[in-house]
Design a protein around this ligand. Structure first.
Ligand SMILES: [Zn+2]
Length: 203
Protein backbone atom coordinates (compact mmCIF):
# COMPACT_ATOMS: atom_id res chain seq x y z
CA UNK A 1 0.00 0.00 0.00
CA UNK A 2 1.26 3.44 -0.91
CA UNK A 3 0.10 6.84 0.28
CA UNK A 4 1.13 9.90 -1.70
CA UNK A 5 0.30 13.43 -0.58
CA UNK A 6 0.03 16.27 -3.04
CA UNK A 7 -0.76 19.82 -2.06
CA UNK A 8 -3.39 21.49 -4.21
CA UNK A 9 -5.13 24.83 -4.59
CA UNK A 10 -4.87 28.28 -3.01
CA UNK A 11 -5.54 26.92 0.49
CA UNK A 12 -2.71 24.39 0.33
CA UNK A 13 -5.00 21.41 0.75
CA UNK A 14 -3.44 17.98 1.11
CA UNK A 15 -4.95 15.55 -1.38
CA UNK A 16 -4.01 11.92 -0.76
CA UNK A 17 -3.56 9.27 -3.43
CA UNK A 18 -3.78 5.82 -1.90
CA UNK A 19 -3.05 2.72 -3.93
CA UNK A 20 -3.25 -0.89 -2.88
CA UNK A 21 -3.03 -4.18 -4.77
CA UNK A 22 -6.63 -4.05 -5.94
CA UNK A 23 -7.91 -0.69 -4.71
CA UNK A 24 -7.15 2.99 -5.37
CA UNK A 25 -8.59 5.96 -3.51
CA UNK A 26 -8.33 9.74 -3.79
CA UNK A 27 -9.02 11.66 -0.59
CA UNK A 28 -10.07 15.32 -0.85
CA UNK A 29 -9.48 16.33 -4.50
CA UNK A 30 -9.25 20.03 -3.73
CA UNK A 31 -9.14 21.33 -7.30
CA UNK A 32 -8.97 19.83 -10.77
CA UNK A 33 -5.57 18.23 -11.14
CA UNK A 34 -4.09 16.32 -14.06
CA UNK A 35 -1.97 14.27 -11.64
CA UNK A 36 -5.03 13.13 -9.65
CA UNK A 37 -7.00 12.28 -12.80
CA UNK A 38 -4.02 10.37 -14.15
CA UNK A 39 -3.72 8.44 -10.87
CA UNK A 40 -7.29 7.12 -11.13
CA UNK A 41 -6.99 6.43 -14.85
CA UNK A 42 -3.82 4.41 -14.44
CA UNK A 43 -5.53 2.41 -11.69
CA UNK A 44 -8.69 1.75 -13.69
CA UNK A 45 -8.22 -2.01 -13.38
CA UNK A 46 -8.65 -1.64 -9.58
CA UNK A 47 -11.70 -0.83 -7.52
CA UNK A 48 -11.68 2.96 -7.04
CA UNK A 49 -13.36 5.58 -4.91
CA UNK A 50 -13.15 9.32 -4.21
CA UNK A 51 -13.44 10.12 -0.49
CA UNK A 52 -14.27 13.51 0.99
CA UNK A 53 -13.57 14.35 4.63
CA UNK A 54 -15.89 17.37 4.73
CA UNK A 55 -17.80 19.65 2.39
CA UNK A 56 -15.56 22.72 2.24
CA UNK A 57 -14.71 24.11 -1.20
CA UNK A 58 -10.99 23.59 -0.69
CA UNK A 59 -11.49 19.83 -0.24
CA UNK A 60 -14.13 19.14 -2.88
CA UNK A 61 -13.35 21.46 -5.80
CA UNK A 62 -12.01 18.74 -8.09
CA UNK A 63 -14.37 15.94 -7.06
CA UNK A 64 -17.20 16.30 -9.55
CA UNK A 65 -15.03 16.55 -12.67
CA UNK A 66 -12.72 13.81 -11.43
CA UNK A 67 -15.70 11.55 -10.81
CA UNK A 68 -17.04 12.13 -14.32
CA UNK A 69 -13.72 11.87 -16.12
CA UNK A 70 -12.72 8.62 -14.42
CA UNK A 71 -16.14 7.07 -13.79
CA UNK A 72 -15.46 6.90 -10.04
CA UNK A 73 -18.03 7.26 -7.27
CA UNK A 74 -17.79 9.83 -4.46
CA UNK A 75 -18.28 9.12 -0.74
CA UNK A 76 -18.79 11.56 2.15
CA UNK A 77 -20.14 11.52 5.71
CA UNK A 78 -23.94 11.47 5.68
CA UNK A 79 -24.37 14.84 7.42
CA UNK A 80 -22.08 16.82 5.09
CA UNK A 81 -23.63 15.79 1.78
CA UNK A 82 -25.91 18.83 1.65
CA UNK A 83 -22.87 21.09 1.97
CA UNK A 84 -21.70 19.95 -1.47
CA UNK A 85 -24.50 21.98 -3.03
CA UNK A 86 -24.77 24.75 -0.45
CA UNK A 87 -22.49 27.76 -1.20
CA UNK A 88 -22.91 29.08 2.35
CA UNK A 89 -21.93 25.82 4.02
CA UNK A 90 -19.12 24.93 1.60
CA UNK A 91 -17.70 28.49 1.86
CA UNK A 92 -17.54 29.00 -1.90
CA UNK A 93 -19.68 32.11 -1.42
CA UNK A 94 -17.48 33.53 1.35
CA UNK A 95 -14.25 32.90 -0.59
CA UNK A 96 -15.72 33.87 -3.99
CA UNK A 97 -14.96 30.49 -5.53
CA UNK A 98 -16.88 29.17 -8.52
CA UNK A 99 -17.89 25.63 -7.54
CA UNK A 100 -19.97 23.08 -9.41
CA UNK A 101 -22.61 21.74 -7.05
CA UNK A 102 -23.00 18.01 -6.75
CA UNK A 103 -24.18 15.22 -4.50
CA UNK A 104 -22.14 12.24 -3.32
CA UNK A 105 -22.95 8.67 -4.39
CA UNK A 106 -22.23 7.06 -1.04
CA UNK A 107 -23.10 8.48 2.40
CA UNK A 108 -21.15 7.04 5.32
CA UNK A 109 -22.36 6.54 8.86
CA UNK A 110 -20.21 6.70 12.00
CA UNK A 111 -18.29 3.47 12.53
CA UNK A 112 -19.11 2.13 9.08
CA UNK A 113 -16.52 -0.15 7.53
CA UNK A 114 -16.04 -0.44 3.79
CA UNK A 115 -13.43 -1.74 1.45
CA UNK A 116 -12.11 -0.51 -1.88
CA UNK A 117 -10.36 -3.55 -3.29
CA UNK A 118 -7.85 -4.59 -0.63
CA UNK A 119 -8.04 -1.21 1.16
CA UNK A 120 -10.21 -1.54 4.28
CA UNK A 121 -11.50 1.69 5.75
CA UNK A 122 -13.41 2.64 8.87
CA UNK A 123 -15.40 5.87 9.14
CA UNK A 124 -15.04 7.96 12.30
CA UNK A 125 -17.63 10.69 12.60
CA UNK A 126 -15.87 13.85 13.78
CA UNK A 127 -18.33 16.72 13.93
CA UNK A 128 -17.05 20.16 14.90
CA UNK A 129 -15.13 21.76 12.02
CA UNK A 130 -18.28 21.07 10.02
CA UNK A 131 -21.44 19.35 11.18
CA UNK A 132 -20.84 16.23 9.11
CA UNK A 133 -17.06 15.89 8.92
CA UNK A 134 -15.54 12.42 9.08
CA UNK A 135 -12.08 10.90 9.35
CA UNK A 136 -11.11 7.76 7.46
CA UNK A 137 -9.00 5.11 9.17
CA UNK A 138 -7.00 2.77 6.93
CA UNK A 139 -4.91 0.32 8.98
CA UNK A 140 -2.53 2.56 10.96
CA UNK A 141 -3.28 5.65 8.90
CA UNK A 142 -5.87 8.26 9.74
CA UNK A 143 -7.01 10.81 7.17
CA UNK A 144 -8.18 13.54 9.51
CA UNK A 145 -9.40 16.29 7.17
CA UNK A 146 -9.60 19.59 9.07
CA UNK A 147 -10.42 17.96 12.42
CA UNK A 148 -6.87 17.38 13.63
CA UNK A 149 -3.65 19.00 12.42
CA UNK A 150 -0.03 18.84 13.51
CA UNK A 151 -0.21 20.55 16.92
CA UNK A 152 -3.48 22.22 15.98
CA UNK A 153 -7.18 21.65 15.33
CA UNK A 154 -9.64 22.92 12.74
CA UNK A 155 -11.42 26.26 12.79
CA UNK A 156 -14.93 26.35 14.19
CA UNK A 157 -15.96 29.85 13.13
CA UNK A 158 -17.47 28.78 9.80
CA UNK A 159 -21.14 27.78 9.29
CA UNK A 160 -22.03 24.60 11.29
CA UNK A 161 -18.71 24.77 13.16
CA UNK A 162 -18.85 23.96 16.89
CA UNK A 163 -15.77 24.07 19.14
CA UNK A 164 -17.24 21.84 21.87
CA UNK A 165 -18.10 19.16 19.31
CA UNK A 166 -14.68 19.46 17.68
CA UNK A 167 -12.89 18.94 20.99
CA UNK A 168 -15.08 15.90 21.70
CA UNK A 169 -14.23 14.56 18.26
CA UNK A 170 -10.49 14.99 18.82
CA UNK A 171 -10.80 13.19 22.16
CA UNK A 172 -12.43 10.35 20.24
CA UNK A 173 -9.41 10.24 17.90
CA UNK A 174 -7.09 10.22 20.92
CA UNK A 175 -8.61 6.87 21.95
CA UNK A 176 -7.05 5.34 18.83
CA UNK A 177 -3.70 3.57 18.99
CA UNK A 178 -0.94 6.12 19.62
CA UNK A 179 1.21 4.93 16.75
CA UNK A 180 -1.45 5.72 14.15
CA UNK A 181 -0.17 8.24 11.61
CA UNK A 182 -2.34 11.27 11.01
CA UNK A 183 -2.60 12.68 7.49
CA UNK A 184 -4.24 16.08 7.83
CA UNK A 185 -6.13 18.25 5.40
CA UNK A 186 -3.45 20.93 5.62
CA UNK A 187 0.17 20.97 6.77
CA UNK A 188 2.51 18.18 7.83
CA UNK A 189 1.49 14.73 8.97
CA UNK A 190 1.74 13.71 12.62
CA UNK A 191 0.69 10.81 14.85
CA UNK A 192 -1.80 10.29 17.65
CA UNK A 193 0.84 10.00 20.41
CA UNK A 194 2.50 13.25 19.37
CA UNK A 195 -0.81 15.11 19.39
CA UNK A 196 -1.84 13.68 22.76
CA UNK A 197 1.41 15.02 24.15
CA UNK A 198 1.82 18.32 22.33
CA UNK A 199 -1.49 19.53 20.89
CA UNK A 200 -2.08 22.81 22.77
CA UNK A 201 -5.83 22.89 22.08
CA UNK A 202 -6.71 19.63 23.79
CA UNK A 203 -6.25 19.20 27.53
ZN1 LIG B 1 -12.41 22.79 6.09
Amino acid sequence: MEIKAITLGDMGTNCYLVSGKSGAVVIDPAVNSAEVTEFLKKNENKERLILITHAHFDHIGGAKTLSEETDTKIGIGEFDNDGLSNPNKNLSQLFGVDLTHFSADILFKDGEKFSVGDLEFEVIYTSGHTEGGVCYLLNDNLFSGDTLFYESIGRTDFPTGDLRKLINSVHKLFELDGKIKVFSGHGPSTDIDHEKQFNPYIR
